[in-house]
Design a protein around this ligand. Structure first.
Ligand code: CA
Length: 227
């Protein structure tokens, strides 16, 4: 999952970036409204954290432009305390959620998780595909109740496929949603990660749809060891 943070306060921006990266997201940042608007207009983000008080172009204008151009990604706005009118204007401009500064990183992460899973049509934080469970709160994957150790990038890939579970996802789309702008990408990287995930989770978990991409499939249950 890839997140855009638009925040002009350098300290807060750095905190948001590291908190979100630690939680397993790819993160791009913008320090003014114009840059933020451009990125949100041209890159496919899974969620945006948008400060409202921004230089060059204010947050409400940025959001209004995205929505009038048909950008539907979930947007969480950051507002100053005691600015209820800002919240109303933000929701009317197309915001999905808000936080008042100062806030706890844990709360921001919980809200971002909820926005992303709702946007993908999941009500529960745990996505189950057959005997595989992906717990988006703990970034943890289990098969038949046993934890499967995954690297950060392997988790990002399986989590994206799980959120989009009923669709075939192309390699380009995967690349765009699991890496930030600065990642130096090798064209085979996705295939390498898919191979590793199949080894760790079972070869039947990720289906290759020739010429189109990948899709999660419900794996057959592991044979009962006692039988
Ligand atoms: Ca600001």
């Amino acid at each position: 999952m890839r997140i855009l943070v638009v925040e002009d306060d350098a300290t807060l921006s750095a905190q948001l970036e590291s908190g979100l990266k630690d939680a397993g997201y790819a993160v791009d940042t913008a320090k003014d409204g114009e840059t933020g608007h451009f990125l949100g207009d041209t890159e496919p983000y899974d969620a945006v954290v948008l400060d409202l008080g921004l230089p060059v172009l204010d947050g409400i204008t940025v959001l209004t432009r995205w929505r009038s151009d048909g950008r539907t990604m979930p947007v969480l706005i950051l507002t100053a305390r005691d600015r209820w009118r800002e919240k109303v204007a933000g929701f009317d401009a197309g915001a999905d959620d808000y936080l008042t500064k100062p806030f706890q990183m844990e709360e921001l992460l919980a809200r971002v998780r909820a926005l992303i899973r709702r946007a993908a049509g999941h009500a529960s934080p745990v996505i189950e595909i057959g005997e595989i469970a992906i717990d988006t709160r703990a970034s943890r994957v289990t098969r038949g109740g046993d934890t499967v150790k995954l690297t950060a990038h392997e988790y990002k890939l399986i989590a994206y496929l799980a959120h989009e579970r009923d669709r075939v996802v192309s390699r380009t789309e995967l690349t765009e949603h699991i890496y930030d702008q600065d990642f130096d990408l090798d064209s085979n990287t996705i295939e390498v990660f898919i191979g590793r995930l199949r080894r760790k989770l079972g070869s039947d978990v990720i289906e290759t749809v020739r010429g189109l991409g990948y899709r999660l499939s419900v794996p057959a249950a592991t044979p009962d060891k006692k039988a």
